[in-house]
Each structure stands twice: as C-alpha cells, then as structure tokens.
Write a protein that binds this ligand. Structure first.
Ligand SMILES: [Zn+2]
Length: 238
C-alpha cells in the first residue's frame, strides 16, 4: 500500500485525467472544482481505495479486526501532515464523520473515530490535534451511496448531519475512512460552515480515484512541466 502518486486536483484530490486549470493559488483544479469550489477548503487522502487498502478498511469495518485501525491511523496521520502547513494559527478540531446511532449500535464502533484516535496518538511533536466526537451528529440514517448518481447522493445525505458543538470561527478537520465522491464531506462542510466554522479540511485514509487517465502527456513534457508528484507534494502546493 503506497501513497498516491499521480497528478491530483489540489482541492478535492481527484485524479486529473484531462486538461486542467491551475488557479492563482498554484493548485490545479479538476473541472468540477473549477465550476464550483467545494465547501471544504481541501481534501486529501493517503491512498487509492483499491486492492490492499480496500481490504484493510473492510477488515476493520465488516470483520471487526480492530488492530487494523492502527495501520490505517498511521496512513491518516500522513494525510493530515500534508494539510497541516495550510492550517490557521489555531489547530483545527478533529471531527470524525459520525455514524447514525443505529449503525453505531450494529457495528459497535465508528471506524472513522478509531482511525482518528490512532492517528492522533502519533501526531508530530508540537501539533495539537484535538478530537471532538460531539461536534457532529448523523441525525438520520442514509442509504448506501453505492450505485447512486451524484444528484441522488447529494439528496441522500442532505440534512443527515447536525452540528452539536460550538465551531464558530474555528477550523475543523473532518476525518473519514474513505472519500468516494465527496458528497458526505461536502454536506458535513455545509452544516459546519453554516454553524460558523471558518474552514473545513478533509483527510481520509483512501480515496476513490478515476481509473484510467484519459490522456498521456509525453514523458519529457511531464518531466518539465507537470511532473506527477505524490499526493503529499501536490496537496501541500509544493
Ligand atoms: Zn477537484
């Protein structure tokens, strides 16, 4: 399981597969983020949601192998470290995406919270990442997002979350196991921003990426102009 090495959208982390736009902030944008900036400031992930990483997440979520959270936590900490240089003067409050209470009862734990706790144990010296699981509540159960179109996904999560903590003027770092299309992160960011959060960052262990690039640049051009970089470098705007 390796970090993503690809040219990624500097905002949502999607793989860039066609001509892309570099904004004045120096970050490349995918066409969706160019058309409408997401409500979160930036989303980063450690790796692509496939093969070993997918299996590891499934081990934790569906087979209750809790030690898997420690490995995933290290990956999440890596993803967070990419975002850290962009945080404001006050460290953001770390908020795992909550499960609905029924789902929580069935599973017995929230995988995002376990992964976040593992990540926070190994945070770099000097970083004050504080976890707060009471900030967000999933107030209604949602259907599985699998197989839904984007508008259906947006509709499915609309109004599913409520803010229970004071986030006015605060930066929030939302953490989750997988970033699929960003509709869950977008909805959480929407309610957090509505409650006064200054900025919402998103870090996940894995991200669903477009499979095949739609174009290939000549190797020399790639080398000189837009050399694919690990997610870390792209996310940090280096
Ligand atoms: Zn994007």
């Amino acid at each position: 399981m390796q970090p993503i090495v690809a040219l990624l959208c500097g905002i949502c982390g999607e793989r860039l597969t066609e001509r892309y736009f570099v904004a004045p902030d120096g970050l490349p944008r995918c066409s969706e983020c160019r058309q409408m900036e997401p409500l979160f400031a930036r989303a980063v992930a450690y790796g692509s949601y496939d093969l070993g990483l997918r299996e590891l997440i499934h081990l934790l979520k569906y087979e209750q192998v809790r030690p898997a959270a420690n490995v995933l936590g290290r990956m999440l900490a890596d993803a967070i470290a990419c975002l850290a240089p962009a945080f404001g003067a006050v460290e953001p409050v770390v908020v795992p995406v909550p499960l609905h209470r029924e789902k929580l009862r069935q599973r017995g734990f929230n995988q995002s919270e376990l992964i976040a706790r593992a990540a926070l144990k190994i945070r770099p010296a000097g970083q004050e990442w504080r976890l707060d699981t009471a900030v967000l509540e999933r107030v209604r159960p949602t259907e599985s997002q699998t197989g839904l179109t984007r508008p259906q996904r947006v509709e499915n999560v609309r109004g599913a979350f409520a803010v229970r903590g004071d986030v006015a003027g605060r930066e929030v770092l939302l953490v989750d196991d997988v970033f699929t299309t960003g509709t869950t992160a977008g909805e959480c960011a929407r309610v957090l921003r509505k409650a006064g959060a200054a900025r919402v960052w998103v870090a996940t262990v894995a991200r669903v990426l477009r499979v095949e690039p739609a174009f290939q640049m000549p190797a020399r051009e790639v080398e000189q102009e837009s050399r694919p970089q690990p997610l870390k470098a792209v996310a940090a705007g280096v």
